[in-house]
Design a protein around this ligand. Structure first.
Ligand code: NAD
Ligand code: UFG
Length: 345
């Protein structure tokens, strides 16, 4: 049976590109829209090398309503949307709040506005565990209270969830699955696609792999005086391919009406909390490569510990994040080595 077309906004980005691969592997025709503000068009080649299929690609900005409207006219067969398009640097959002609110919220509003008239059945939205702030209890379930956002970026995720809820409760003729990601890491096992941050990485894994390959002198571990067993912060690091697969299940659920609920929210994590120092050790053991590192002061705004209770997603979606952390670290390293081989980093 031919599957229905999915629009993937931000599909040349890190999580989007891995999701396009899984959608195409599952037989979904895809059209990507991306303004290439944080990615580049070579990613399309990587997707084609992995899947043998070149996804349709539109270079365009989702905040531009006429551009999006034309896309729906050109692709009247779009039945589902996965919305990855957003600005995502927490620190930058503190200095450029208008950019973050405008980009992240206008993108979502435009999509929601066009879905009904164009017969789209559902939208998967990329949210984040940042909505839980510093949780009172770990692991965190979907019922944990939403805490006041500590950055404009985090606030755009909270507001976006509220917008989707309001629009659907007002009777919109479509469904939504909101996915709250914990910390996505790693790369496709082929090393054809992966994370490629602009400039100096802010996130742990790209900084770590760039240090391991010698681009950075040493990794700074932000604090060893937290209330955790080794004093460093704890996160739930989820393999990006596992994460991508959850999106295919979510899309299927909406398009095939597998749930009678109009809005569903799932935590996507492994259920394992891992400290920064543990992660460095896992990387070193998995790859045999040393990561020079030093302990420095805490980073402002960091959460001490957060990890997911993924039971709801496990049970309802029939999905688990089952890649081992060692394999995930090897994939991140293979990707870093591929970037070096290609002369990119
Ligand atoms: P990314 O920056 O790699 O991908 C986002 C893509 O969207 C980029 O290719 C960018 O060029 C594009 N884009 C941005 N604004 C656009 C616009 N107005 N129109 C068209 N394209 C636009 O980020 P990612 O890590 O793949 O994140 C994807 C989504 O998941 C984002 O919504 C992000 O907030 C969310 N998320 C990411 C993480 C994480 O740690 N990576 C965690 C939780 C949630
Ligand atoms: N860390 C270091 N050194 C670094 C970078 C990070 O010690 O050079 C530590 C941080 O202090 C933190 C952990 O590594 O304890 C993870 O930090 P990241 O910056 O990789 O990730 P965060 O948990 O801070 O936040 C990320 C994204 C957010 C997203 C969140 C949850 O940046 O956008 O995961 O998905 F919302």
């Amino acid at each position: 049976m031919t599957k229905e077309r999915i629009l993937v906004t931000g599909g040349t980005g890190y999580i989007g590109s891995h999701t396009v691969v899984e959608l195409q592997n599952a037989g979904y025709p895809v059209v990507i829209i991306d303004n290439l503000s944080n990615s580049n068009r070579d990613v399309i080649d990587g997707i084609e090398r992995i899947t043998g299929i070149r996804p349709d690609f539109v270079e365009g900005d989702c905040t531009d309503l006429p551009v999006l409207a034309k896309l729906f006219t050109d692709y009247p067969d779009i039945k589902g949307i996965i919305n990855f398009a957003a600005s995502k640097a927490v620190g930058e959002s503190m200095h450029k709040p208008i950019l973050y609110y405008r980009n992240n919220l206008n993108t979502l509003l435009n999509l929601l506005d066009l879905m009904g008239p164009n017969g789209v059945k559902g939208i998967v939205f990329s949210s984040s565990c940042t909505v839980y702030g510093e949780p009172d209890e770990n692991p965190v379930t979907e019922k944990a209270p939403i805490k006041k956002a500590t950055s404009p970026y985090g606030n755009t995720k909270q507001i976006s969830e509220e917008i989707i809820t309001d629009v659907i409760n007002a009777g919109a003729p479509f469904k939504s699955v909101i996915l709250r990601y914990f910390n996505p890491v790693g790369a496709h096992p082929s090393a054809e696609i992966g994370e490629l941050p602009n400039g100096v990485p802010q996130n742990l894994i790209p900084y770590l792999t760039q240090t391991a390959i010698g681009i950075r002198k040493e990794l700074s571990v932000f604090g060893n005086d937290y209330n955790t067993p080794d004093g460093s912060c704890i996160r739930d690091y989820i393999n990006v391919v596992d994460l991508a697969k959850a999106h295919v299940i979510a899309v299927e659920r909406m398009l095939e009406n597998k749930s009678d609920k109009k809005i569903e929210i799932f935590n996507l994590g492994t259920g394992n909390g891992v400290s920064v120092l543990e992660l460095i050790r896992v990387f070193e053991e998995a790859t045999g490569v040393k990561v020079p590192h030093k302990i420095v002061d805490r980073r402002a705004g960091d959460i001490e510990k957060v990890w997911a209770d993924p039971k709801f997603a496990n049970e309802v979606l029939g999905w688990t994040a089952d890649s081992s952390l060692a394999d995930t670290m090897r994939s991140a390293w293979a990707w870093q080595c591929k970037l070096r081989e290609r002369g990119i980093m």
